[in-house]
Design a protein around this ligand. Structure first.
Ligand SMILES: [Zn+2]
Length: 218
């Protein structure tokens, strides 16, 4: 077996000497009191899209589940092992988070593989099967006339966020808490190259840019 990656050892030592001293009391408090994050983020595995980094979150602040293309399956109590559903159940029922954020992003490899139908993406492969949940039976996902490949890709990346939000509402415990006004669902999209964040406006179904500068005053 090869050695544990030196990059991670070095990274831990930097964390332990720089960040940990400022957060040690917070870690101790969290270990006694337990976690009580108010926000769950469902993001992509992509190494460029770390929710804790993008939202500048400290320990205990975000409950995060990441998977290929930030997808949420439909509610399926079929006896199968459902990792995202289990995390969602824990976040909503046990932690009683107030917000669930689906965080999509630009240049998503999962979406790209889905669009290109590249190998290995047969229905029998893991990514192929995983991405197939994105499409409803009978639904066709195709590039539109006069739509560039780049535009098509962004449209599908955003469609994955809409689909995940739609699928979230198939979970009875999500429906219940949303209905009581105790939980809200949100979509966001991260532009990797510029580090830009777009938040889904519920009424218009449009993604609006969040300015990078702090709000003045207040
Ligand atoms: Zn991705």
């Amino acid at each position: 077996m090869s050695a544990f990656p030196q990059q991670l050892i070095d990274g831990y030592r930097t964390f332990a000497s720089q960040r940990l001293p400022t957060e040690q009391s917070r870690y101790r408090e969290l270990s006694v009191r337990g976690q009580s994050p108010e926000v769950m983020v469902i993001g992509c595995c992509d190494s460029r899209v770390s929710p804790e980094v993008i939202f500048d979150a400290g320990p205990g602040e975000l409950f995060v589940v990441r998977n290929v293309a930030n997808l949420v399956p439909v509610y399926a109590p079929d006896g199968g092992a459902h990792g995202v559903s289990a995390a969602l159940e824990y976040a909503v029922n046990a932690l009683q988070v107030k917000h669930v954020v689906v965080l999509g992003h630009a240049q998503c490899g999962g979406i790209r593989a889905f669009i290109d139908k590249i190998e290995p993406l047969s229905p029998g492969d893991f990514i192929g099967r995983w991405m197939s949940m994105f499409v409803k039976p009978g639904e066709r996902v195709e590039q539109r006339d006069h739509e560039s490949m780049a535009e098509f890709t962004v449209r599908i990346e955003k469609a994955a966020i809409f689909r995940s939000l739609e699928n979230l509402t198939t979970f009875p415990f999500v429906q219940t808490r949303v209905g009581r006004g105790e939980l809200s669902l949100h979509g966001a999209y991260f532009g990797v190259a510029e580090g830009s964040l777009f938040v889904l406006e519920q009424q218009t179904k449009q993604f609006r840019s969040v300015g990078q500068m702090s709000q003045a005053g207040g």
